[in-house]
Design a protein. Structure first.
Length: 347
């Protein structure tokens, strides 16, 4: 066997232990979800993962597979969800969500600045928590951090804070939705605008129902595109604020059309392409339930991996004030989403 042929097998061998562990948890979570549909498989998966990861943190041999499950597997599930929708549905839901989505984003960023200053959270950290809560969690934090020259400890604190409220949203939001008697579409808009990370949006909405998941994914992916104007705006602001005599590390990176394009996640493009293929009728109707079931299981695998990788010590290291800011923004965004839905007649 040639060296080129061995490399993929070697990579597969490194991924197998972590993927197998996450898949095993997902199978158990799926069974639990059958008996407790209100809780659902994704929530069960993340909770089981957190418990196992807290009792005994997975060793190095599991980490590559767990990382792949929590990111790539989740992204593939989002693409599969697109295969159940048409481009007309995507466009209609995306356009209808704009008032609530843009409103919650503006409220979040303003609240991050005001509440963060009141709590004494340093500028970079409150910016990272603000964009992470307002747009798309760790992806937004990763995109913004080089622009504002955030140091690694600030990024770690922000990601830990965001993750805590991601997990809380997966558990709490479906309960809130049922208590308010929200429709599938209304809950999808609620989850898509008020939950920050794609994995948590998909998990919360899937627990509520298939219709909610379809709406939430579209809203969330449109919201993800807000990374581009926010990052460009911050780059302009930092450039205006920077003194030419300051150190090079404070100079924001130069932006080109190619670099801007890279901010668009590949799975967003895949989601739209899958919806386009479905719109042509190439995906037969009987295949839709199968695709939905596969997507739901992949979501549970991804959430199980996220639970396994939870760093509870990271929450303690983040300190009280960033967590308080993250919690305050979580509440503000949730209430503003519900309030804007009521004002626009979407609730």
């Amino acid at each position: 066997m040639t060296e080129a042929a061995v490399r993929p097998l070697d990579r597969a061998g490194r991924l197998l232990p972590g993927l197998a562990l996450a898949t095993g948890i997902a199978l158990v979570a799926t069974v639990i979800g059958r008996f407790l549909p209100v809780v659902g498989a994704p929530v069960s998966g993340v909770l089981i993962g957190v418990v196992i990861g807290t009792i005994r943190r997975p060793g190095a041999v599991f980490r590559p597979g767990i990382s792949t499950a929590s990111k790539t597997v989740l992204q593939c599930s989002v693409v599969l969800l697109g295969a159940q929708l048409s481009l007309l549905q995507v466009a209609r839901v995306g356009v209808a969500s704009l008032p609530v989505m843009l409103g919650t984003l503006v409220v979040c960023l303003l609240a991050a600045w005001g509440i963060g200053r009141a709590l004494g959270v340093v500028g970079n950290l409150r910016t990272l928590i603000g964009v992470g809560t307002g747009i798309c969690g760790a992806s937004a934090i990763a995109a913004v951090s080089p622009v504002i020259a955030a140091v690694s400890i600030e990024v770690a604190y922000a990601v830990s804070t965001i993750f805590l409220f991601n997990v809380a949203a997966v558990v709490v939001f479906p309960v809130v939705g049922h208590a308010l008697g929200m429709s599938q579409h209304a809950f999808g808009l609620f989850a898509g605008t008020a939950v920050n990370d794609t994995s948590s949006v998909v998990a919360a909405a899937s627990t509520y129902g298939a219709g909610a998941a379809d709406s939430a994914v579209v809203v969330k992916l449109v919201r993800t595109l807000m990374i581009i104007p926010v990052v460009l705006g911050l780059a302009w602001f930092v450039g205006r604020r920077s003194d030419p005599t300051t150190a090079p590390m404070t100079t924001p990176p130069r932006w080109s059309p190619r670099r801007v394009t890279r901010l668009v996640p590949w799975f967003l493009i895949g989601f739209v392409l899958a919806a386009a293929v479905n719109s042509t009728g190439l995906v037969p109707g009987p295949a839709h339930p199968v695709i939905a079931a596969v997507a739901a299981f992949l979501i549970t695998v991804a959430l199980s991996a996220i639970g396994l990788s939870t760093d509870l010590a990271g929450f303690r290291r983040a300190g009280f004030r960033p967590l308080l800011l993250g919690g305050a923004l979580w509440v503000v965004v949730s209430l503003s989403s519900l309030g804007l839905q009521a004002l626009t007649g979407s609730l």
